[in-house]
Design a binder for this molecule. Structure first.
Ligand SMILES: Cc1cc2nc3c(=O)[nH]c(=O)nc-3n(C[C@H](O)[C@H](O)[C@H](O)COP(=O)(O)OP(=O)(O)OC[C@H]3O[C@@H](n4cnc5c(N)ncnc54)[C@H](O)[C@@H]3O)c2cc1C
Ligand SMILES: *[C@@H]1O[C@H](CO)[C@@H](O)[C@H](O)[C@H]1NC(C)=O
Ligand SMILES: *[C@@H]1O[C@H](CO)[C@@H](O)[C@H](O)[C@H]1NC(C)=O
Ligand SMILES: *[C@@H]1O[C@H](CO)[C@@H](O)[C@H](O)[C@H]1NC(C)=O
Ligand SMILES: *[C@@H]1O[C@H](CO)[C@@H](O)[C@H](O)[C@H]1NC(C)=O
Length: 543
């Protein structure tokens, strides 16, 4: 205790005498390896060899450790800023000492679990930074008796689904469809998947957590209190602390579920079907989730593009019941029994992860290696059906642009029953569906990148009249730095409010209050973190 108050004083002094950094830091503005290890050692038991879990660029495997969880190649170039160290914590105490030491030496700390952040902010920064990598903390303890599980932040969704399936064929968890997404980022950002109309978001099914706060203390739900526990269920990883694990409530899934994928071209009334979709999809039985993918594909004329609509569904029941629901609620799609694939829930997870394979191996969910590519995502919410004429213009624009796609994800059901203030995630009743704008490419280089980024931005501008406004809603897990960023480290409240209200709506203010209470010095920060209240900053002499 005494030690840490002395440390705090030193930091305050350093803020005024910038040059005093030189005592402990290198030319990069960060500490050298020995200094950092020394600090970690002082905060751990003497028997610990801290060097075995801290990598500096001098370590031969530094680059492979860094790249192991880089999902997006845009952030894997020679120019991409690199961390000065990567701490691959092996236990909770390592997380605690890393927080204490990063704070002490005044270096920014990025937290990475699965590395799937769409703008790479878990492993890139403009400031001098270290990465606290959570991949070793991925224990999963499933308890079927009380229908719960404790999941380490470094686990992937695929591992979680597999471990549940090992113990029970009639339990699952409502989270994302990509098996390599990390639990730490996914759950702290809300988390949704193809069961959200039945069970809500992942965070609607979180019952406890363990986090390391800015003082380096480990807190569970009881110790952190309900405000902080509220904030870490959707308010975003990296603003409040390091999530070590979440305790989740399992949900019951039937022995047989059904999936389908029906594809329609523009010459098969795709536009009419998508138009109709908007009037029914949020009102269908809660067991049914139908996603639409609108994608440019090659047209008949050489070099031309047309748009294909794929209706991809998950149904928590058998195909006969599905067919009768579709016949009553969305007969226009003309779903046939032959379109339906019945399977166990876990098999549906494998299929959703990759509709293009007939793989039947559940083991593939344990693979932590994910495909890498260049990409960019953006999001929108639709509260009023887009008129037919509007859809026609959008489809035409997409064919002209040639590469950017849209994914519609229906809401309604359980999502509409949960109040917008129950968790930081505000997009509940009143939203028909969410749009993901999506572009993915393979070509290297800045010219390609600029071209594709301008395509996705152009479509995003184009759909402005049809989507939510003031603020234009966005989904935190579809991280999009175009919405705005804080001037990193400066913690600007006015900048934070811009993206904060897009992601969190009315919940932004409560998040700021929690942030101000638990981390007034803004140690836990990133390009889009929750800012501290301006008055609190003033009191602390400004930063
Ligand atoms: C291929 C793909 C498919 C996706 N599918 C879905 C989907 O179906 N549904 C959905 O909701 N989202 C989906 N996403 C988005 C995904 O949920 C987010 O990118 C999520 O943040 C990823 O979590 P992560 O741990 O892998 O990411 P990271 O990049 O490791 O982290 C993301 C953010 O969370 C912070 N963070 C990570 N771990 C912790 C921790 N332990 N404590 C505190 N902060 C932490 C990071 O600092 C960063 O700000 C998908 C993303 C990809 C790339
Ligand atoms: C990194 O290199 C140092 C110096 O050679 C070594 O002591 C340390 O064990 C290495 N760290 C890891 C994690 O391999
Ligand atoms: C579930 O049961 C296990 C084993 O008895 C126990 O450790 C755990 O705390 C329980 N979890 C919940 C959420 O009740
Ligand atoms: C398209 O819709 C029209 C009128 O709604 C209908 O006559 C036609 O059969 C439909 N075509 C297809 C391929 O479904
Ligand atoms: C998967 O199997 C089905 C039935 O055997 C077959 O019709 C289909 O073409 C296969 N798909 C792929 C991508 O191999």
């Amino acid at each position: 205790m005494k030690n840490s108050s002395i440390t705090a004083n030193i930091i305050v002094i350093c803020a005024f005498l910038l040059s005093c950094n030189i005592l402990v830091t290198t030319a990069t503005g960060g500490p050298d390896y020995a200094t950092f290890l020394q600090c970690l050692s002082e905060n751990l038991s003497p028997s610990e060899d801290v060097s075995r879990f801290v990598y500096s660029p001098q370590n031969a495997s530094f680059m492979s450790v860094l790249r192991a969880y880089i999902k997006d190649l845009r952030f894997d170039t020679v120019e991409t800023p690199k961390p000065i160290f990567i701490v691959t914590a092996l236990k909770e105490a390592h997380v605690q000492s890393t927080v204490i030491c990063a704070k002490k030496v005044g270096v920014e700390m990025k937290i990475r679990s699965g590395g799937h952040d769409y703008d790479g902010i878990s492993y890139v920064s403009k400031e001098t930074f270290i990465i606290l990598d959570m991949f070793n903390l991925r224990n999963i303890d499933v308890n079927v008796e009380n229908e719960s599980a404790v999941v380490g932040a470094g686990a992937t969704l695929g591992e979680l689904y597999y471990r549940i399936w090992e113990k029970s064929k009639v339990h699952g968890f409502p989270a994302g469809v990509c098996p390599t997404v990390g639990v730490g980022g996914h759950l702290s950002g809300g988390g949704y998947g193809n069961m959200l109309r039945k069970f809500g978001l992942s965070v609607d099914n979180v019952v406890d957590a363990r986090i390391v706060n800015a003082k380096g203390e480990v807190l569970d739900r009881k110790a952190m209190g309900e405000d902080l526990f509220w904030a870490i269920r959707g308010g975003g990883g990296g603003s409040f602390g390091v999530i070590v694990s979440y305790t989740i409530r399992l949900v019951r899934v039937p022995e047989t579920v059904t999936v389908f994928r029906v594809m329609k071209g523009l010459d098969e009334n795709a536009t009419d079907l998508v138009h109709r979709y908007q009037f029914v999809v949020d009102k269908l039985d809660n067991d049914l989730f139908i996603r639409v993918l609108l994608q440019p594909v090659n047209g008949k004329a050489k070099g031309s593009k047309t748009i294909r609509a794929s209706f991809i569904a998950m149904f928590l029941g058998d195909s006969d019941r599905l067919l009768s629901i579709m016949k009553a609620g969305f007969p226009e799609l003309g779903l046939q029994k032959s379109d339906c694939i019945e399977s166990s829930w876990i098999r549906s997870v494998v299929r959703w992860a990759n509709f293009n394979t007939n793989s039947t191996s559940e083991e593939q969910l344990l693979s932590r290696k994910s495909n890498v590519y260049f990409g960019k995502r953006k999001s929108d919410y639709v509260q009023t059906p887009i008129p037919k004429a509007g859809l026609e213009l959008i489809v035409k624009k997409m064919a002209e642009l040639g590469k950017v796609g849209l994914v519609f994800n229906p809401y309604g059901g359980r999502m509409s029953e949960i109040p917008a203030s129950a968790t930081p995630f505000p997009h509940r009743a009143g939203n028909i569906y969410k749009i993901q704008h999506s572009i993915t490419w393979q070509e290297k280089g800045l010219a390609a990148e600029n071209n594709y980024l301008s395509q996705i931005r152009s479509l995003h501008d184009f759909v402005t009249p049809y989507v939510s406004k003031s603020p234009r809603g966005a989904f935190l897990n579809y991280r999009d730095l175009d919405i705005g960023t804080t001037d990193n480290g400066k913690n600007s409240y006015s900048e934070g409010k811009i993206y904060g209200e897009c992601y969190f709506g009315q919940n932004f203010d409560r998040l700021v209050k929690v942030k101000t209470a638990v981390d007034p010095e803004n140690f836990f920060r990133n390009e889009q973190s929750i800012p501290v209240m301006p008055s609190a900053q003033g009191r602390r002499g400004g930063k």
